[in-house]
Design a protein around this ligand. Structure first.
Ligand code: PLP
Length: 438
């Protein structure tokens, strides 16, 4: 299939934007071919510059939980925009959003989040959370897990997933050895390795940052008890736990992955949470939150500096509030059912075509691994038959289905993925599975 217009747009973009993209995975580096340049999105569908429509399983990498351009969210944004795009001052709505986040992330009416600071991107949220952990503990080292992606701040690019997984970069040029040396990378789901790191460096570790469930090396859920044990180990050594729910927060359930685990009886209390994606409803908005004792170390109360011209931007806050209010239990039930259906039908199609694979789930997030063994960590997912994903992806794209352009990403569904959209996806699967088999 020729995609001349998309190809022309890509050529033109490459002459003025590095690689033609503003975020690496968009360049289709790991699947090859011509990236689609999108011009509009509505409900479960996106439309490219050639007017071709696709059922979308990227959902802006998570934010579009209600579907694209959900009318109430668009109205809230339009009304907020008409009142002013940015004030650089406090607004009543940002307090409402902070309160809503605190209320939603609670068990039995008790929330581990007492205070919330709004920022503009997930990267800022995790970067600030780490600075805060260091400022609070007076320690320097940070522990992260291989394959976990927490945004692109210097200290977090060591063995990160997402775009770095497909670029096969161990980290990033431009990060000083001194900065990289302050991040200790541990294999995921491996408590012995975590204990060993704490045994050696415990007194100097400010915090452990962990994706609530990994979704940036494909989906790899924590083993039962892993997050709770991690928190116990970190706390026993006086280190903070930063639970990164930028991707999972308010997407896998009303109280994020932490809420799902608490409901299932695995209760632990992170010191800090980070959020993004869904809480901005498609606008640049993210947050960190935690108990007041820690959060009050942030300026202007405390010595840890953080600021932002656009932090708590009124238009973004309006989108976030409207999105969260409309992300009801019914919406989460729909997402879960849709994920069940798609995970099962993709798996059946792959099995029919003789493609060895496993299905990975974390709540309503899912992805597929082209390997026989259920992966537990980054090394496991990297050992799969990565080459099978490109043909699968392109067969789906040619049939009008927009998948994440990398095997190391989760698939996202929305409230707008109705029976018709799901039927289109299912119809495309047999040919795609055959392409993956070759
Ligand atoms: N943390 C996690 C778990 C993420 O998935 C991401 C982005 O995908 C980030 C942090 C960074 O967020 P942003 O891309 O908004 O900077």
């Amino acid at each position: 299939m020729s995609h001349e217009q998309n190809a022309d747009l890509f050529t033109r973009a490459k002459s003025s934007i590095p690689g033609g993209v503003n975020s690496p995975v968009r360049a289709y580096g790991s699947v090859g071919g011509t990236p689609r340049f999108l011009v509009s999105a509505q409900g479960a569908r996106v439309t490219d510059a050639e007017g071709t429509e696709y059922v979308d399983l990227v959902c802006s990498w998570g934010p579009a939980i209600l579907g694209h351009a959900q009318p109430d969210v668009v109205r809230a944004v339009q009304e907020a925009a008409a009142r002013g795009l940015s004030f650089g001052a406090s607004t009543p709505a940002e307090t409402e959003l902070a309160e809503l986040i605190r209320e939603r992330v609670s068990v039995g009416g008790v929330s581990p989040i007492e205070k919330v600071r709004l920022v503009s991107t997930g990267t800022e949220a995790t970067m600030t959370a780490i600075r805060l952990a260091r400022g609070f503990t007076g320690r320097e080292l940070l522990v992260k897990f291989a394959g976990h992606y927490h945004g692109h701040s210097d200290g977090l690019l060591a063995a990160a997933g997402s775009g770095l997984a497909t670029l096969a970069l161990p980290g990033s040029a431009g990060v000083t050895a001194a900065t990289a040396g302050q991040t200790l990378v541990v294999p995921y789901n491996d408590l012995d390795a975590l204990r060993a790191v704490f045994a050696e460096h415990g007194e100097n570790i400010a915090g452990v940052i962990v994706e609530a469930a990994s979704a940036n090396m494909g989906v790899v859920p924590p083993k039962p008890g892993f997050n709770a044990a991690l928190a116990e180990i970190a706390h026993a050594h006086g280190a903070l736990v930063i639970l990164d729910e930028v991707l999972t927060g308010f997407r896998v359930g009303p109280a994020g992955f932490w809420g799902l685990q608490a409901a299932a009886g695995e209760h632990y209390v992170p010191d800090l949470f980070t959020f993004g994606k869904v809480i901005g409803g498609g606008m640049p908005l993210a947050a960190l939150g935690g108990r007041a004792e820690v959060m009050d170390h942030l300026a202007p109360l405390g010595p840890v500096y953080q600021a932002g011209t656009l932090s708590g931007n009124p238009v973004a806050v309006a989108a976030g509030l409207e999105t969260l209010r409309r992300a009801t239990p019914e919406v989460y039930a729909h997402l879960h059912r849709t994920a069940d259906t798609l995970a099962a039908t993709v798996s059946a199609a792959l099995a029919d075509a003789g493609v060895v694979h496993t299905v990975q789930r974390a709540g309503n997030l899912f992805s597929f691994v082209f390997a026989a063994e259920v992966p537990e960590n980054y090394a496991d997912v990297q050992a799969q038959d990565v080459y099978r994903y490109g043909p699968f992806f392109h067969a789906m794209l040619d049939a009008g289905i927009n998948l994440p352009p990398s095997v190391f990403e989760a698939w996202f569904v929305s409230a707008a993925h109705d029976e018709a959209a799901v039927a289109e996806i299912i119809a495309a699967l047999p040919a795609a599975a055959r392409a993956a088999a070759e």
